[in-house]
Structures are given as C-alpha cells and as structure tokens.
Design a binder for this molecule. Structure first.
Ligand code: ADP
Ligand code: MG
Length: 368
C-alpha cells in the first residue's frame, strides 16, 4: 500500500515513488541518473507543478536502493537561506559522515552539542561546514538542492564552496553528484553559465579559468494535451472509473498539462469524489499556491503597486491586452511589462509573454 491505491502506476502523490510510477519522464530519468553517476552536476528546471521534486527525489532513492548511494536532499525554499541550508544538510547527513567530520569540527573548537544536531556558531562560517560536508561525503553520494534559486545573492556563497571543494579534490569524480533545481534556466544561470573565471560573482584566484565546468541541464515541460488525456484516461480506467471523453478533455484542459493537477484529479476521482468537488479542490489547494507565490513575487518586486498589478495580471490572464490592462488599472505599460518579465523568470510565462501552462492563466484570473 505504500505506493497508494493503485500500486501507483498512475497518479502518484508527492512522496518518493518507484520510477515506473512517474509518467512521461523516461528520458529525464535516464539523464538524471546518468549525470549523478558520472558526476555531471546538473540543473533541473521546470515551472511549478511540472514534477521536479518528485523526479529528483525518486531518482535519488532509486540509486540509494539499487547501488547504495548516500542521498542528501535539502529544500532550499524551506530552509530559507544559506546558513539554514547548511544546517539542514548537516543534520540529514549519515552518522558515519558526521563522525568523520567531528574531529575537524572539534579542532575548530566548535560546539558540537550532540551527534545528530549541530548549532552553527558565529565562529564557523556555514561555508566551511558545507565545504567539509561535501568533501567528506563518500564518492557514491548525491546532494539535491531543491529550489536553489531562492538563495538569490547568497548563491555566490554556495558556488564559492563548490569551487573550493573542486579545487581541493581536483575533480568532481571525488565529490558527490549534485542536482540543483529552479523554475527556469535564468533562475539558475549562475550554475548553467559560469563566467570564464568563476561562478557568478565568486571571487577566485586570478587567471584560473573555469571553462568546461558548466552544469548539465534537464528541463521539464508541461505535458501535451494529447498525453494528458491519455494519461488521465488510462489511469482512471485502471482504477475502474470509465470517464467520458468530455470529462477527460475538460480536465486535461484545466490541468494545462501539469502533472500535479492531473494526478491530483485522478487520485480523488479514483476514490469516488464528485467531479465538481475535485475541480474546486484543485483551485483551493493547487491554484491557490500559484496565486500565493505570484502575489509574493509581485509584492516583493513592486511593493507600492501590488494591488493594481494583481488586477492587471488577472485581466491579462483573461485575454485583455497589455495596453488595455494598463489603462484600466492606471499602472504604466512599462510597469506591466516589467511584472510580466519577472514572471518569465519565475517560469509562469514564456519568452513570448504567453502562459507556460493555461493552468497558470486560470489560476491568476482569480488574483486580487
Ligand atoms: N511524472 C509524473 N507522473 C505523474 N504525476 C506526477 C509526475 N510528476 C509529478 N507528478 C505529480 O505532481 C505533483 C507535484 O510534483 P512536484 O514534483 O512537487 O512538482 P514541482 O517540484 O515541479 O513543483 C506530485 O505530487 C505528483 O502528484
Ligand atoms: Mg518542487
């Protein structure tokens, strides 16, 4: 039962899954697993609800089970900043690794209160602790930093540590595999596109070139309408529901190809929930998360104009032109464009200012 009601071939939850429970990501699974093994550090990008977290956790777990990999997963968004990222990583590290680090930590005369928790001290920069952790983990390890983009300026602290660890070990072969995730390539540009002499703003010794150390890249797009329909249809049939073509087409449209929406619908439909009820749950539990994140993004970036911008965005999602949305809300067209460009960086819109998934448009129509 661990994998859910149908042995999880369809409609998995967000918990770690067997790889055959992940639909439509065969290539991405292969690439991630191969990159972890070959120590090709990799950025996994994809908009919200495309399945990054589930994919990366499930691949790591697969390697743990089949090949004994040590896996270390940190959601940087939950951690909130670099220091807490490091604390979390240390807390989750295997006991054997912590033991090996202890001597080093004692030497630095630190307060190691007990073996399972470590209180970061002002005397020990988190960079040092993380560097020690990376260089102590066994070679067959993988570190996952989910939502690494939330580090913002602190990204340089992380890339600096990576650089130091690489310099010490001489090659990535002797370091853990590394997967970082974020919504778009722009959001993880420091990893995908290190400058010629280092990563981002990291200060490295002059003249040392860093070419050829770029990250690999795997991108998750929403599913096509056809794939979404087929997935839903087959999954529902598997649990004994025989949906009409109309239902399948409607739900695929609402989902905009987002696996999170399709699996959510499928799970509850298989449990016998009424269709309308599930659709309103999708709005209340999933689309509300999109609205919340977009609200936070806009508030932080445009503190003074946020309410008018929410309105402008909801108009835009309903098909109103930028010019008209600007006119109706009294926000300058330039500011509306700036907001839309911010949302491009966050993976909600594509370069052509269209919504990456129609589901995001549906979600923000209700923004206020
Ligand atoms: N490949 C997949 N096949 C089926 N359902 C999936 C797949 N990937 C994700 N899901 C569903 O989507 C939900 C959200 O995925 P998640 O990994 O949290 O997305 P992200 O991290 O990109 O926001 C999961 O809980 C699961 O229900
Ligand atoms: Mg995620």
């Amino acid at each position: 039962m661990e994998d859910g009601i149908m042995g999880c071939k369809y409609f998995p939850t967000s918990r770690v899954q067997r790889l055959n429970c992940l639909a439509g990501r065969d290539e991405e699974i292969e690439t991630l697993a191969a990159n972890i093994k070959s120590k090709t550090w990799t950025a996994l990008t994809g908009s919200k609800f495309t399945g990054k977290t589930l994919l990366v956790k499930s691949v790591a777990e697969y390697l743990r089970k089949t090949e004994g990999y040590v896996t270390l997963y940190v959601d940087v968004k939950t951690a909130g900043n670099f220091e807490r990222l490091v604390e979390t990583a240390y807390r989750k590290a295997p006991m054997t690794v912590k033991r090996r680090m202890e001597l080093f930590l004692f030497r630095k005369s630190l307060d190691v209160t007990n073996r399972s928790s470590f209180k970061a001290q002002e005397t020990l920069p988190p960079q040092i602790l993380f560097w020690k952790l990376l260089t102590t983990l066994p070679e067959q390890s993988v570190v996952v930093l989910d939502n690494v983009h939330v580090l913002g300026r602190e990204t340089a602290l992380l890339t600096g540590v990576l650089w130091d660890a690489l310099n010490e070990k001489g090659s990535r072969k002797h370091l853990p595999g590394l997967i970082v995730t974020g919504p778009t390539p722009q959001a993880v540009l420091h990893f995908l596109n290190p400058s010629e002499i280092g990563w981002g703003s990291v200060d490295i010794s002059k003249g040392t070139h860093f070419v050829g150390r770029e990250f690999g890249h795997v991108h998750l797009a929403p599913w096509s309408d056809e794939f979404s329909r087929r997935y839903l249809y087959e999954g529902l049939a598997e649990c004994g529901v025989s949906p009409s073509m109309r239902e399948v087409a409607h739900v695929a449209e609402v989902s905009g190809g987002l696996p999170a929406v399709l699996s959510f619908y499928g799970r509850f439909r298989c449990r016998g929930y009424p269709r309308d009820r599930i659709l309103s749950m999708i709005d209340g539990r999933l689309f509300s998360q999109v609205r919340r994140e977009i609200r936070d993004i806009i508030k932080e970036r445009f503190p003074k104009k946020n309410t008018s911008l929410f309105k402008a965005l909801s108009l835009y999602a309903r098909g109103v032109s930028i010019r008209e949305a600007s006119h109706r809300t009294g926000v300058s067209r330039q500011t509306v464009y700036e907001m839309l460009r911010t949302l491009i960086e966050w993976g909600y819109l594509n370069e052509g200012y269209g919504f990456v998934s129609p589901a995001y448009a549906r979600a923000v129509m209700k923004l206020r």
